[in-house]
Design a protein around this ligand. Structure first.
Ligand SMILES: Cc1ncc(C[n+]2csc(CCO)c2C)c(N)n1
Length: 222
Protein backbone atom coordinates (compact mmCIF):
# COMPACT_ATOMS: atom_id res chain seq x y z
CA UNK A 1 0.00 0.00 0.00
CA UNK A 2 0.98 3.63 -0.34
CA UNK A 3 0.86 4.65 -3.99
CA UNK A 4 1.46 8.01 -5.68
CA UNK A 5 0.68 9.61 -9.04
CA UNK A 6 4.06 8.57 -10.48
CA UNK A 7 3.05 4.93 -10.02
CA UNK A 8 0.16 5.45 -12.46
CA UNK A 9 2.59 6.76 -15.08
CA UNK A 10 5.03 3.98 -14.28
CA UNK A 11 2.32 1.36 -14.83
CA UNK A 12 1.92 2.50 -18.47
CA UNK A 13 5.32 4.04 -19.15
CA UNK A 14 5.38 3.19 -22.84
CA UNK A 15 1.91 4.65 -23.58
CA UNK A 16 2.68 7.72 -21.47
CA UNK A 17 5.86 8.53 -23.48
CA UNK A 18 4.00 7.90 -26.77
CA UNK A 19 1.42 10.48 -25.67
CA UNK A 20 3.85 13.14 -24.39
CA UNK A 21 6.29 12.82 -27.31
CA UNK A 22 3.74 12.26 -30.09
CA UNK A 23 4.59 13.53 -33.60
CA UNK A 24 1.75 16.05 -33.34
CA UNK A 25 3.44 17.52 -30.23
CA UNK A 26 6.89 17.55 -31.85
CA UNK A 27 5.62 19.31 -34.97
CA UNK A 28 3.63 21.77 -32.89
CA UNK A 29 6.76 22.60 -30.85
CA UNK A 30 8.87 23.03 -33.98
CA UNK A 31 6.13 25.15 -35.60
CA UNK A 32 6.09 22.81 -38.62
CA UNK A 33 2.65 21.27 -38.02
CA UNK A 34 0.40 21.73 -41.03
CA UNK A 35 -2.23 24.37 -40.39
CA UNK A 36 -5.00 22.00 -41.57
CA UNK A 37 -4.02 19.40 -38.95
CA UNK A 38 -4.01 21.99 -36.15
CA UNK A 39 -7.30 23.43 -37.33
CA UNK A 40 -8.88 19.96 -37.31
CA UNK A 41 -7.50 19.27 -33.83
CA UNK A 42 -8.66 22.64 -32.53
CA UNK A 43 -12.21 22.25 -33.80
CA UNK A 44 -12.52 18.76 -32.31
CA UNK A 45 -10.92 19.99 -29.09
CA UNK A 46 -13.69 22.57 -28.82
CA UNK A 47 -16.21 19.70 -28.74
CA UNK A 48 -13.91 17.75 -26.43
CA UNK A 49 -13.77 20.63 -23.93
CA UNK A 50 -17.55 20.90 -23.80
CA UNK A 51 -17.79 17.26 -22.71
CA UNK A 52 -14.84 17.67 -20.35
CA UNK A 53 -16.70 20.56 -18.73
CA UNK A 54 -19.55 18.12 -18.13
CA UNK A 55 -17.05 15.69 -16.57
CA UNK A 56 -15.88 18.40 -14.13
CA UNK A 57 -19.54 19.10 -13.34
CA UNK A 58 -19.90 15.37 -12.64
CA UNK A 59 -16.88 15.64 -10.31
CA UNK A 60 -18.73 18.40 -8.46
CA UNK A 61 -21.80 16.16 -8.18
CA UNK A 62 -19.70 13.27 -6.86
CA UNK A 63 -17.93 15.44 -4.26
CA UNK A 64 -18.47 14.71 -0.57
CA UNK A 65 -16.60 17.70 0.82
CA UNK A 66 -16.52 21.42 0.19
CA UNK A 67 -12.81 21.12 -0.70
CA UNK A 68 -13.56 18.60 -3.46
CA UNK A 69 -16.49 20.68 -4.67
CA UNK A 70 -14.26 23.77 -4.95
CA UNK A 71 -11.60 21.70 -6.75
CA UNK A 72 -14.16 20.58 -9.37
CA UNK A 73 -15.54 24.09 -9.70
CA UNK A 74 -12.03 25.50 -10.32
CA UNK A 75 -11.41 22.90 -13.07
CA UNK A 76 -14.72 23.71 -14.76
CA UNK A 77 -14.00 27.44 -14.57
CA UNK A 78 -10.53 27.04 -16.12
CA UNK A 79 -11.95 25.15 -19.08
CA UNK A 80 -14.78 27.61 -19.69
CA UNK A 81 -12.87 30.86 -19.08
CA UNK A 82 -9.35 30.02 -20.28
CA UNK A 83 -9.08 27.01 -22.57
CA UNK A 84 -12.34 27.32 -24.49
CA UNK A 85 -11.75 31.05 -24.89
CA UNK A 86 -8.31 30.40 -26.41
CA UNK A 87 -9.93 27.95 -28.86
CA UNK A 88 -12.61 30.44 -29.84
CA UNK A 89 -9.98 33.19 -30.32
CA UNK A 90 -7.69 30.91 -32.35
CA UNK A 91 -10.60 29.76 -34.50
CA UNK A 92 -11.77 33.33 -35.10
CA UNK A 93 -8.26 34.31 -36.22
CA UNK A 94 -8.41 31.44 -38.69
CA UNK A 95 -11.86 32.26 -40.02
CA UNK A 96 -13.90 29.65 -38.12
CA UNK A 97 -16.81 31.19 -36.22
CA UNK A 98 -18.54 29.80 -33.13
CA UNK A 99 -21.67 28.77 -35.06
CA UNK A 100 -19.51 26.52 -37.27
CA UNK A 101 -17.88 25.03 -34.17
CA UNK A 102 -21.22 24.32 -32.53
CA UNK A 103 -22.54 22.56 -35.66
CA UNK A 104 -19.45 20.36 -36.12
CA UNK A 105 -19.87 16.56 -36.23
CA UNK A 106 -17.84 14.78 -33.55
CA UNK A 107 -14.91 12.67 -34.73
CA UNK A 108 -14.78 9.09 -33.45
CA UNK A 109 -11.69 9.82 -31.35
CA UNK A 110 -13.51 12.71 -29.63
CA UNK A 111 -16.57 10.58 -28.98
CA UNK A 112 -14.53 7.66 -27.64
CA UNK A 113 -12.40 9.69 -25.25
CA UNK A 114 -15.05 12.01 -23.80
CA UNK A 115 -17.66 9.30 -23.31
CA UNK A 116 -15.08 7.00 -21.76
CA UNK A 117 -14.27 9.61 -19.12
CA UNK A 118 -17.95 10.34 -18.43
CA UNK A 119 -18.77 6.63 -18.18
CA UNK A 120 -15.81 5.99 -15.85
CA UNK A 121 -17.01 8.82 -13.61
CA UNK A 122 -20.61 7.63 -13.66
CA UNK A 123 -19.91 4.04 -12.74
CA UNK A 124 -17.05 4.77 -10.33
CA UNK A 125 -16.31 7.22 -7.55
CA UNK A 126 -14.57 10.60 -7.51
CA UNK A 127 -11.11 8.99 -7.57
CA UNK A 128 -11.95 6.96 -10.71
CA UNK A 129 -13.13 10.15 -12.37
CA UNK A 130 -10.03 12.15 -11.40
CA UNK A 131 -7.75 9.35 -12.60
CA UNK A 132 -9.61 9.35 -15.95
CA UNK A 133 -9.16 13.14 -16.14
CA UNK A 134 -5.48 13.09 -15.11
CA UNK A 135 -3.83 12.29 -18.48
CA UNK A 136 -5.53 15.39 -19.86
CA UNK A 137 -4.59 17.86 -17.15
CA UNK A 138 -1.22 16.46 -16.10
CA UNK A 139 -0.28 15.36 -19.62
CA UNK A 140 -0.68 18.79 -21.21
CA UNK A 141 1.32 20.37 -18.37
CA UNK A 142 4.06 17.81 -18.84
CA UNK A 143 4.00 18.28 -22.63
CA UNK A 144 4.62 22.02 -22.14
CA UNK A 145 7.59 21.22 -19.85
CA UNK A 146 8.93 18.61 -22.26
CA UNK A 147 8.68 21.01 -25.21
CA UNK A 148 10.53 23.69 -23.22
CA UNK A 149 13.46 21.26 -22.83
CA UNK A 150 13.69 20.24 -26.52
CA UNK A 151 16.19 21.94 -28.80
CA UNK A 152 13.78 21.80 -31.77
CA UNK A 153 11.12 23.87 -29.98
CA UNK A 154 10.61 27.36 -31.42
CA UNK A 155 9.02 30.02 -29.20
CA UNK A 156 7.67 33.46 -30.01
CA UNK A 157 6.29 34.85 -33.25
CA UNK A 158 8.27 32.42 -35.39
CA UNK A 159 5.95 29.63 -34.17
CA UNK A 160 2.27 29.98 -35.17
CA UNK A 161 1.32 27.74 -32.22
CA UNK A 162 3.17 29.75 -29.58
CA UNK A 163 -0.05 30.87 -27.83
CA UNK A 164 -1.01 27.22 -27.35
CA UNK A 165 2.37 26.38 -25.79
CA UNK A 166 2.29 29.56 -23.69
CA UNK A 167 -1.09 28.68 -22.15
CA UNK A 168 0.00 25.24 -20.95
CA UNK A 169 3.49 26.42 -19.91
CA UNK A 170 1.98 29.36 -17.98
CA UNK A 171 2.08 29.63 -14.17
CA UNK A 172 -1.69 29.26 -13.69
CA UNK A 173 -1.88 26.07 -15.65
CA UNK A 174 1.28 24.58 -14.12
CA UNK A 175 -0.11 25.38 -10.64
CA UNK A 176 -3.41 23.63 -11.50
CA UNK A 177 -1.41 20.60 -12.61
CA UNK A 178 0.56 20.50 -9.35
CA UNK A 179 -2.69 20.79 -7.33
CA UNK A 180 -4.17 17.86 -9.20
CA UNK A 181 -1.07 15.72 -8.61
CA UNK A 182 -1.15 16.62 -4.89
CA UNK A 183 -4.84 15.68 -4.69
CA UNK A 184 -4.18 12.35 -6.43
CA UNK A 185 -1.14 11.63 -4.23
CA UNK A 186 -3.34 12.11 -1.14
CA UNK A 187 -5.94 9.62 -2.37
CA UNK A 188 -3.55 7.09 -3.88
CA UNK A 189 -1.62 6.83 -0.59
CA UNK A 190 -4.61 4.99 0.85
CA UNK A 191 -5.58 2.50 -1.88
CA UNK A 192 -5.02 -1.27 -1.82
CA UNK A 193 -2.95 -3.01 -4.54
CA UNK A 194 -6.15 -4.35 -6.06
CA UNK A 195 -7.75 -0.93 -6.25
CA UNK A 196 -4.52 0.49 -7.66
CA UNK A 197 -4.67 -2.03 -10.52
CA UNK A 198 -8.20 -0.86 -11.41
CA UNK A 199 -7.08 2.76 -11.37
CA UNK A 200 -3.96 1.99 -13.43
CA UNK A 201 -6.22 0.48 -16.10
CA UNK A 202 -8.35 3.64 -16.18
CA UNK A 203 -5.24 5.83 -16.42
CA UNK A 204 -3.71 3.72 -19.19
CA UNK A 205 -6.95 3.67 -21.22
CA UNK A 206 -7.36 7.45 -20.96
CA UNK A 207 -3.70 7.87 -22.01
CA UNK A 208 -4.27 5.63 -25.05
CA UNK A 209 -7.29 7.74 -25.96
CA UNK A 210 -5.13 10.88 -25.75
CA UNK A 211 -2.68 9.27 -28.23
CA UNK A 212 -5.62 8.58 -30.57
CA UNK A 213 -6.71 12.20 -30.24
CA UNK A 214 -3.30 13.48 -31.45
CA UNK A 215 -3.36 10.96 -34.27
CA UNK A 216 -6.87 12.06 -35.25
CA UNK A 217 -5.47 15.61 -35.64
CA UNK A 218 -2.53 14.48 -37.77
CA UNK A 219 -4.73 12.27 -39.97
CA UNK A 220 -7.59 14.80 -40.00
CA UNK A 221 -9.78 11.80 -39.26
CA UNK A 222 -13.51 12.10 -38.65
C1 LIG B 1 -7.56 16.17 -26.09
C2 LIG B 1 -7.17 17.13 -25.01
N1 LIG B 1 -6.58 16.66 -23.91
C3 LIG B 1 -6.25 17.52 -22.92
C4 LIG B 1 -6.50 18.86 -23.03
C5 LIG B 1 -6.11 19.82 -21.95
N2 LIG B 1 -7.20 20.09 -21.03
C6 LIG B 1 -8.49 19.92 -21.30
S1 LIG B 1 -9.49 20.21 -19.94
C7 LIG B 1 -8.20 20.53 -18.96
C8 LIG B 1 -8.33 20.78 -17.50
C9 LIG B 1 -8.77 22.11 -17.07
O1 LIG B 1 -8.12 23.14 -17.73
C10 LIG B 1 -7.02 20.45 -19.71
C11 LIG B 1 -5.72 20.69 -19.19
C12 LIG B 1 -7.14 19.33 -24.19
N3 LIG B 1 -7.44 20.64 -24.35
N4 LIG B 1 -7.45 18.44 -25.18
Amino acid sequence: MGYAFDDLKGACHHDWRAYIEHDFVRQLGAGTLEAGAFRHYLKQDYLFLIHFSRAYALAAYKSRSLTDLRHAHAGLKTILDVELQLHIDFCRDWGIDEAELAALPEAKATLAYTRYVLDTGNRGDLLDLHVALAPCLVGYGEIAQWLAAQSFTVRGEANPYDAWIAMYAGDDFQAAMRDEIAWLNGRLAEVTPRRFEELATVFRDATRLEIDFWQMGLDRAD
